[in-house]
Design a protein around this ligand. Structure first.
Ligand code: ADP
Length: 394
């Protein structure tokens, strides 16, 4: 294997997703997930070539799990590991691109933690563990927010007193930037357009969901805001609600801030609406059997998604295409079809056969003949993180 391999690490509060990426190769040399870290059920699953394995790691924390992975990573990389790329959720206004991790950049990431209390501390756990285990390898942070630092001020400011922005950083930041960037570049390639002269609407639909307007390779607006809660309906997150909901729940039900945060982040979205699941596959199956909650959840999801895409169009000079990505966007003809049906005024329409067959990792156009382009583009955040890391390290 050529000496261009990056270990990509994405740490959550109790999980580590990892991949060994050589951008010259389509497949990852190694990929996997350590989950339920810190609990008696902690375990790690990984795939190397066609072989899939798992190992129980009772009570392992992030560092113990990474230490277990170390020999595996080194042997899969064949001694050619070039560096480590970490996904970091929030870079605030400080980071407009990936950065080399050193004591100065780490202290800025730590200082940004109040903006992302659920995410940045978990990302830092992974970074600190990796520095201890791989002291000689250069490490890079790639931020979810960085791609959106090109938003114009009228798109990133809330209609709130200026002091909240200037003194406390209260503004819209946006997330999923690595994915929006990757798929909009791929869409331009697939369509024979120059990235620097193309305009896209992007729907990233995974467990978290967001929309983005990408013009000439830059983000011009996006649906997530100060935190990843704003915007469209997600697996367990509500997306937009009336901001007075907080005080309403506190006054009428006596709920605490923690209860309200848990409601909006963990018990809402598809899960809350359906009363059944946060998983779109399960909801589609339940809808087929007539489950009213699943049916409603899918209707609200698609309508609000279409509304968000229509809103994003305000940032585009022209529409070169609508891109679907993420687990739902890449695999659900139903969600794509229902969403596009709400966008009749944009003259969007799908070729139902192309829509049905473009699933499971396939990329390509799915619009009906004579209608604006609609593309399915599988995202690959790990690959983009590896590319960004290599670009910086070279
Ligand atoms: P994450 O944001 O955690 O990376 P993914 O991008 O993997 O999540 O997306 C997970 C979502 O994709 C889940 O709601 C899952 O049900 C949905 N999904 C995956 N495959 C399908 C499918 N064939 N049909 C509908 N939804 C699917």
């Amino acid at each position: 294997m050529p000496a261009r391999t990056i270990l990509v690490i994405n740490c959550g509060s109790s999980s580590i997703k990892f991949a060994l990426v050589n951008p010259a190769q389509a497949q990852f040399a190694l990929s996997g997930l350590a989950e339920r870290l810190g609990s008696p059920d902690a375990q790690v699953h990984w795939q190397q070539g066609a072989s899939k394995q798992h190992l129980a790691l009772p009570a392992a924390d992030h560092r113990a799990a990474l230490a277990q992975l170390l020999p595996l990573v080194q042997s899969a990389a064949g001694g050619q590991l070039h560096g480590i790329g970490h996904r970091v959720v929030h870079g605030g206004e400080h980071f407009t691109a990936a950065c080399r991790l050193d004591p100065a950049s780490l202290s800025v990431i730590r200082a940004t933690a109040p903006l992302a209390p659920l995410h940045n501390p978990a990302n830092l756990l992974g970074i600190e563990a990796a520095f201890k285990l791989f002291p000689d390898l250069p490490q890079v942070a790639v931020f979810d927010t960085a791609f959106h630092q090109t938003l114009p001020e009228h798109a990133y400011r809330y209609a709130l007193p200026e002091a909240l922005y200037r003194e406390h950083g209260v503004r819209r930041y946006g997330f999923h930037g690595t994915s929006h960037r990757f798929v909009s570049q791929r869409a331009a390639e697939l369509s024979g357009l120059a990235v620097a002269a193309s305009s896209w609407l992007v729907a990233h639909l995974g467990n978290g969901c967001s929309t983005c307007a990408v013009v000439n390779g830059q983000s011009r607006d996006t649906s997530m805001g100060l935190t990843p809660l704003e915007g469209v309906v997600m697996g367990t997150r509500s997306g937009d609600v009336d901001p007075n909901l907080h005080s309403h729940l506190a006054r009428t039900l006596g709920w605490s801030l923690e209860q309200i945060e848990t409601l909006l982040n963990n018990n809402s979205g598809l899960l809350g609406l359906s009363g059944l699941s946060n998983d779109m596959r399960s909801l589609e199956q339940a809808r087929e059997q007539g489950h009213p909650g699943a049916t409603l959840a899918i209707e609200v999801f698609c309508y609000r998604l279409a509304k968000s895409l229509a809103a994003m169009s305000c940032a585009l000079p022209q529409l070169d295409g609508l891109i679907f990505t993420g687990g739902i966007g890449e695999n659900s003809p139903l969600i794509r079809s229902k969403t596009v049906a709400h966008l009749r005024l944009f003259n969007l329409a799908l070729d139902q056969q192309a829509n049905a067959r473009t699933i499971a990792g396939l990329a390509g156009p799915i619009q009906a003949a004579g209608h604006p382009r609609v593309l399915v583009v599988p995202t690959n955040e790990e690959r983009q993180i590896a590319l960004d890391s290599l670009a910086l390290l070279n």
